[in-house]
Design a protein around this ligand. Sequence first.
Ligand code: KG4
Ligand code: ZN
Length: 367
Amino acid sequence: MERWDRSNGMHMNDETSSGNRYLLAIESTCDETAAAVLTRDGKILGECIATQEELHQAFDGVVPEIAARAHLERILPVIDKAMKQSGISPLDLEAIAVATHPGLPGSLLVGLAAAKGLALAWNKPLVGINHVQAHIYACGLGSAESIFPCVGFVVSGGHTTLYRCESPTQWHYLGGTIDDAAGECFDKVAVMLGLPFPGGPQLSKLAESGNPKAVPFPRPLLDQPSRLEFSFSGLKTAVRYHIGGTGKQDWSQYELTPFQKADIAASFEQAVIDCLIGKSLQAMAATKLRRLCVGGGVAANRRFREQLQSACLSKGIELIVAPKELCTDNAVMGALAWERVDADDFDDLDLDVQPGLLRYRAGTAPI
Ligand code: KG4
Ligand code: ZN
């Protein structure tokens, strides 16, 4: 970590005349290439997100090598667009933030290389941030109130993770999935139902017309309150067996009616939601905290949001779910980096990516 020398001649805009402070945030952890220009008081001056869904659809999932190459093509145009939209000069930036962990190694490296290049070219300090923690931080964006202390819960395509969040810089890992993430499980079951990748939102749409009680899928680990862990791989297998036994994985061969598909979707969705809500309530009980903050792609799920809201209401828990547009991957949640910028806590240019989340290492998880 490095203390940024504020007397550096190129660092023009320490205290701008208007009092505004600007940050460029970059996100490329998985298959979204995103950049945003953010002010310290929470305004989004410029934002651009390039998705890659069409590139991965043929493979029913994100192909890391394809993702990295696509990031390479898109990263500079995306940053350029966000910067132009913001109307500010690079000289006015106070720092450059980039998500360095966790994520796909090739994807992370593209974002980090771009951030380092710009930090060097524009002579700006660099801040590497934790993508998962940024998902939780998104819950407080747009509000003057602090979300801390809280239990932070990220439910996304890559993560299903609970933190005890004491302050913006003190995160304690409570537990997470021991196999698939919730969103990953949504996507894999969607494939079984013939839905295109990423299937989570479409499966949830299909579930609207189904009966959530039609198929009694399992709720793994829910009966073990002392384990703040999730396991979705068995649930995925249960859906697979329900559809087609142990047969071939050519899902089109199992001729399900639209009603059967909708019932499977609704029953599966409900099983996931029950696990997510049950475990987050167990985490609230274990930590004795009264505020729960939820982010990540699956937090955009309507039924999950509604049911979690009523569960929290009945337990007297304050619930903050990230705004829908900030649930899936974006660079705006990189506002988390302001917490380190304020403390003059920057990274060196030899900063590296950390693809894995150190999920089994209990205790403090630094941002
Ligand atoms: O946070 P995100 O954009 O990427 C990761 O950090 O992983 O989350 C993407 C995941 C995908 O698995 C997608 O299917 C899921 O979030 N997702 C949903 C919904 N919207 C997105 N899953 C269920 N219901 C939704 N409405
Ligand atoms: Zn994410």
